[in-house]
Structures are given as structure tokens and as C-alpha cells.
Design a protein around this ligand. Sequence first.
Ligand SMILES: C[S@@+](CC[C@H](N)C(=O)[O-])C[C@H]1O[C@@H](n2cnc3c(N)ncnc32)[C@H](O)[C@@H]1O
Length: 283
Amino acid sequence: MNYYEVQFKYTSPIDTEIINDVLASELGEIGFESFTSNENGLTAYISEKLYDTEAIKDKITSFPLGPVTFAYIEKFIVSKNWNEAWEKNYFQPIRIGNECIIRASFHEAVPDITHTIIIDPKMAFGTGNHETTFLMISEILKLDLEGKEVLDIGCGTAVLAILAAKKGASRIEAVDIDEWAYNNALENIATNHTPNVSIHLGGAEKIAELGRFDFVFANINRNILLNDMASYSACMKPGSILYMSGFYSEDIPVIAESCTNNGLKLVSFNEKNNWVAVRVEKQ
Ligand SMILES: C[S@@+](CC[C@H](N)C(=O)[O-])C[C@H]1O[C@@H](n2cnc3c(N)ncnc32)[C@H](O)[C@@H]1O
């Protein structure tokens, strides 16, 4: 899938960090899926299919904080090129204590780590560099997954599914709507020797074919989670657990309400740099 990289710059007396957070949240609503912020503004990425300049203009003109004057430039990115540059420049090993390390095959091996996950990321999201992946990994490390059935929806690189396999889950189904992610996930499960992870190309419509689960992991974004909550709930066994991430702490009330409407209860959350991961129980 090709992407647009859009660099937003602005002038405002308001703190850059606050503007970047609010802008990322607004852009998330129109399909932007990853962000890099710096003191000059925000760089945001959106798939070619969802790119809509009118929607961007609407978001800028109705921006909820003021006064802010925006300018932006766009760049079309063919996924292969982005992949190479990103791998070389940004992907550093991520270590969570001595329990887990996520690294590429070109990084040096680190001894005495309980779970080593090798991810050669290509375009797919999910290396642990992003807060949401880090939060999800931290939650999964606490779980007893021995013999459990797990769904990873929005699997990206399949990093969460691979960790579930390493922690003893007996059946792991991983689903992603993006073809690049699907192909990359297939490569990563082979590299990590986790044959009990099955990868599927698609969205929420795939879930019903896959049976029922003890644990569901969904790190996507606020709007997709809200839209697909009923499908997640429908595949959960009584007493099973859903972890969701990909949204901000201010989104918790609307996520909690959707959980309640779908027979689920949001019981706790973890936060990193205003991103959250929530734990939800099937009622
Ligand atoms: C934020 S990334 C998470 C990747 C990985 N699970 C992690 O935790 O790092 C979200 C992934 O969800 C996928 N995705 C987006 N919309 C989706 C949908 N409706 N159904 C399934 N996957 C979706 C994207 O292609 C992307 O790979």
C-alpha cells in the first residue's frame, strides 16, 4: 500500500506538544494512522486510499484550539522506499526488562532475555517503537497464556501474536486488513518459528470464521475499535479478556461506553505519553 506523508507546520502561542496531541487526535478521525512529532510540528501518515485534502482542510479550519495558523506539505511515498529508510533510521531494538526484546535480524543478539522476537518490519506497524505496541507487549507479558486461544486483530508485524505463541498459547489467529502487513506477518512468524500463529488478510468480517477466544488483542485506532466492537465481543468466550490500544486517554469514556453497549466491561488501563491500553472483560 502506498502512503502520503503530510508535514504540518503552524504558528501559535500554544505549547507545541499540546497542539501535536490534539492535531494527531483530529487527524486520526479522518484515517491518519501514524505520527511523528517534533518541535517544528507534526508529520502524519495516511494510506493513499484514505487521503482526502478536503477532510484535512475541514480539520484545520475547525481546529478546536486557537489561535493556530496551519500550513502543510504532502509527499507521496511508495511503500518500499519508506520501508528501507525507516528500517535504517528508526528501528532500534526495544527491550522490556529481561523479559522481552524486539529486534530486527540485522541487530546484534542479546543474551539472557526470556522472549526474543525478531521483526523485520517492512511497512507494517508493530516494532515496539510506538507507545501502543509497547503498552500491549507490557500487558501481554503479565498474562498466563499457556494453552489459550488468542485473536490478534490489526496484527501489523504480528508482534503481539508471536509473543502470545512464545508464552504458550495453543492457537493464535492474527488478522490485518493491509496486504503489506499480511505478507510481513507471514515472514515474521516463519522467522520466529511460531507455526501455531495463522495469519489472515481482512478486517472484522473475518473474525466470525475463526471461532471463539480466551484473549483478544486489538491495537488499531479509536474509530475502528468503536466500529468493530460488536464483532470483538461476539468472538469472546464468557470471562475472556480483550486488550485494546491505539487511542488517547481522553477517548477512554467513549470506548468504555461502547464496551458496555456490547456486553463488555472496561476494568483498567495503562498509559504512556497519553496513549492508553485498556483491559476489558466479557460479562
Ligand atoms: C497500530 S497498528 C498495530 C500493529 C500491531 N498489532 C502492534 O501492536 O504493534 C494497526 C494495524 O491495524 C491494521 N488495521 C487497520 N484497520 C483495520 C481493520 N479494520 N481491521 C483489521 N486490521 C486493521 C493496520 O493495517 C495496522 O497494521
